[in-house]
Design a protein. Structure first.
Length: 236
């Protein structure tokens, strides 16, 4: 068990309710992890298929998955997984918990990124609750239906998108990765047609830096579980 924990120190899992949430919430940090040589996998719970009245759900899901793959490549991420759960209808239920618990045990991540606990978007909040409970279950000697050995995630960070974290516990410097983050976001063309999410997230990341540090851009996080987190440039 100890050997497995050591082997996972560079393994990162990012849970995103929809394609683009990962880039918006922690795209700069993802790019930093890639530069450090860490192994990263992004898991999309839904394919964002409910976001249009003009495009069918099947077409939009395929489009958004294609955009997510292009964005991940831009950040340097090679591993992704789409769970294809229903957009707008996520629930904390056994089927989803079993899948996420098994996934965590299988991937053995050292660090997990997920939406923070105060997010006002329903799918974001349900994703937070699902992942938190799955981490708890994955760590204990229970749920033999998940088959694999228990695994305890060392560090879990909650990222912010459109609902700012009231009292962030950590802010990481992404100044050197902001250009790459916006380039990745620009791959989500279907989402930028009606809303300037690129301008919005640039403003949020700039605001976080100006208010708290000497850096140019920062991403803020809720500290959910922190065994080892200060291995990345942060506010002083």
């Amino acid at each position: 068990m100890v050997m497995k924990q050591i082997a996972a120190t560079n393994r990162i899992l990012v849970f995103a309710p929809h394609p683009d949430d990962d880039v918006l919430g922690c795209g700069g940090s993802i790019a930093w992890h890639v530069e450090q040589g860490h192994q990263i996998k992004i898991v999309y719970l839904t394919s964002g298929e409910s976001g249009s009245l003009e495009i069918s759900k099947t077409e939009l899901a395929a489009l958004r998955e294609s955009e997510a793959l292009a964005a991940a490549r831009t950040l340097g991420v090679k591993e992704t997984e789409f769970l294809h759960w229903p957009d707008g209808y996520l629930m904390v239920e056994p089927e989803y918990l079993l899948k996420l618990t098994s996934l965590i045990r299988e991937e053995k991540p050292h660090r997990v990124y997920l939406p923070h606990s105060q997010d006002a978007v329903r799918d974001h909040l349900v994703t937070h609750r699902l992942v938190i409970e799955a981490m708890r279950r994955a760590a204990g000697p229970w749920f033999q239906e998940c088959l694999l050995e228990p695994w305890s995630v060392a560090t879990a960070l909650g990222y912010e998108i459109w609902t700012p974290i009231l009292s962030p516990g950590l802010a990481l410097d992404i100044s050197n990765f902001m250009i790459k983050k916006i380039a990745a976001l620009n791959e989500h063309r279907s989402q930028l047609e009606g809303f300037r999410y690129d301008d919005a997230i640039t403003g949020l990341n700039r605001y976080r830096a100006v208010m708290n540090s000497r850096y140019e851009y920062c991403e803020c996080f809720q500290l959910i579980k922190t065994r080892e987190v200060m291995d990345q440039p942060a506010y002083e």
